[in-house]
Design a protein around this ligand. Structure first.
Ligand code: AMP
Ligand code: GLY
Length: 433
């Protein structure tokens, strides 16, 4: 990476709310004077030069990096990481942020990550792996314990997990994943695992493969509707910090989960450098890993990065140089909340191209609207995806952050918009215990 004297041009690969939050943070860096993004989105185009190159097209992204003479490339989404975009960029001589393919498998294959946890004694739900639908059904029938959890092995847009309440639902889900292949080859193998209970915590962590520096904690809200009802989504809102994640639990996670995972990946010859996402469940028997992601979470990033005070490029630099242990990463004590405004119908099919109005009324201090599924058409801002906006606010307390987010949400309009009214409710209740 370039030194302090020379300002850098950074290319961010991706085009959602997470990428918008990353770009806003990179923009604050003293070491950066220009940011590009591919493909970006309507809102990102105000903060970065957007290029119409797909985030999954490895050759095209490498060519773009060459063409624009990028000094540094941040690969944010899971699919290009798992497919080896970082390897290709490094081979072409670019400095990058994100794990190589050998390490990204920790998200790319649930069979890999479950076997890793078993081998290295990292707490997770008990499980069994299957490659034939009839064997899964027989196993579930025999066990006769519901709910149970069935996960497609590979990437599935965050939707590859089903939690059947009875045998009929299990049979239907297994058929969809393993026979109808709704997630393609991701469903060739499945993991069936024990149903765990307890509050969930997302912990994103920077790691250079030697040490791990967890960021401030957060809580996602994955279901589409209030009260955790409805279908699973990519995430309908987040808060940070997560009040269930006490200092004591954080210390336990560091000892039993975070460092053991970094060490396990090293032992497997798959050193992980980048942001490792720990999806945890705080069960009555202690914290357990629900999933690993090889990248920043979305919409966790939208509530975590606004609290970061250290120059993010210094962190990326330290990760590349394997000097992360020497860097003191500072966070603000404020709370942050993000409410996702989604297109009507999401996570099923939804219309696109609907005009969005009212954003100009949200320029209140501490409020940032991150764009996810937006585009600019005929000089108007329109919807272009399922999750459209991440309406985010910092506050002195979680209550204040949530109040600010929701009052901004009320000022934004697009036909059919839907959002959860109870983001942060569980976190607020936890604080009162
Ligand atoms: P994942 O895509 O692995 O994060 O799973 C999606 C959601 O399913 C998680 O956020 C949990 O709410 C739920 N889930 C996954 N695994 C389990 C489990 N073993 N027990 C209970 N809930 C689970
Ligand atoms: N919000 C969950 C994820 O990024 O996978």
């Amino acid at each position: 990476m370039k030194g302090y004297g020379d300002k850098m041009k950074v290319l961010v690969v991706g085009g959602g709310g997470r990428e918008h939050a990353l770009i806003k943070k990179i923009k604050e860096s003293k070491r950066v004077d220009s940011i590009a993004c591919c493909p970006g989105n309507g809102g990102i185009s105000y903060d970065a030069q957007c290029y119409n190159v797909s985030a999954t097209d490895i050759d095209a992204v490498v060519n773009l990096a060459k063409e624009i003479k990028a000094d540094f490339v941040v690969v944010a989404p899971d699919d290009p990481l798992v497919a080896g975009m970082v390897d290709a960029l490094n081979n072409a001589g670019f400095a990058t942020f994100g794990p190589n393919a050998a390490a990204a498998i920790i998200e790319g294959s649930k069979v890999f990550s479950k076997n890793l946890m078993l081998k290295y004694n990292i707490p997770t739900a008990e499980y069994k792996v299957f490659d034939k639908a009839e064997d899964v059904i027989e196993y579930i029938k025999e066990k006769n314990e519901f709910p149970t959890v069935i996960k497609a092995d590979g990437l599935a847009l965050g939707k590859g997990v089903i939690i059947p309440e009875n045998l009929d639902e299990a049979v239907a889900g297994v058929k969809e994943i393993m026979e109808d292949k709704i997630f393609g080859a991701s469903g060739n193998n499945v993991v069936v695992e024990e149903f765990l209970t307890g509050p969930e915590v997302s912990v994103l962590a920077f790691t250079d493969g030697k040490c791990v520096k967890p960021m401030v904690s957060s809580m996602d809200h994955k279901r589409a509707l209030d009260g955790d009802k409805g279908l699973n989504t990519g995430g309908m809102g987040t808060v940070s910090p997560n009040p269930y994640y006490t200092d004591e639990i954080a210390a336990e996670c560091m000892e039993k989960i975070f460092m053991p995972t970094i060490n396990a990946m090293n032992s497997e010859g798959r050193t992980f450098k980048g942001c490792l996402y720990f999806g945890l469940m705080l069960t009555p028997k202690g914290p357990k890993v629900i999933e690993y992601n090889c990248r920043f979470g979305d919409p966790e990033t939208q509530v975590v990065l606004p609290r970061l005070k250290t120059d993010i490029m210094d962190i990326f630099d330290a990760i590349n140089n394997e000097t992360l242990s020497q860097l003191d990463i500072e966070w603000s004590d404020e709370a942050c909340a993000c409410v996702i405004m989604a297109s009507g119908g999401y996570p099923k099919s939804y219309p696109k191209g609907i005009e969005i109005t009212g954003l100009e009324n949200c320029q209140t201090s501490g409020v940032t609207v991150y764009h996810a599924g937006t585009a600019i058409k005929d000089n108007k801002l329109v919807t272009s995806g399922g999750r459209v906006l991440g309406v985010t606010a910092l506050g002195n307390s979680l209550e204040e952050a949530l109040d600010k987010s929701y009052s901004a949400v009320e000022r934004i309009h697009f036909d059919g918009a839907h959002y959860r009214k109870d983001i942060g409710k569980r976190a607020l209740a936890a604080k009162k215990i």
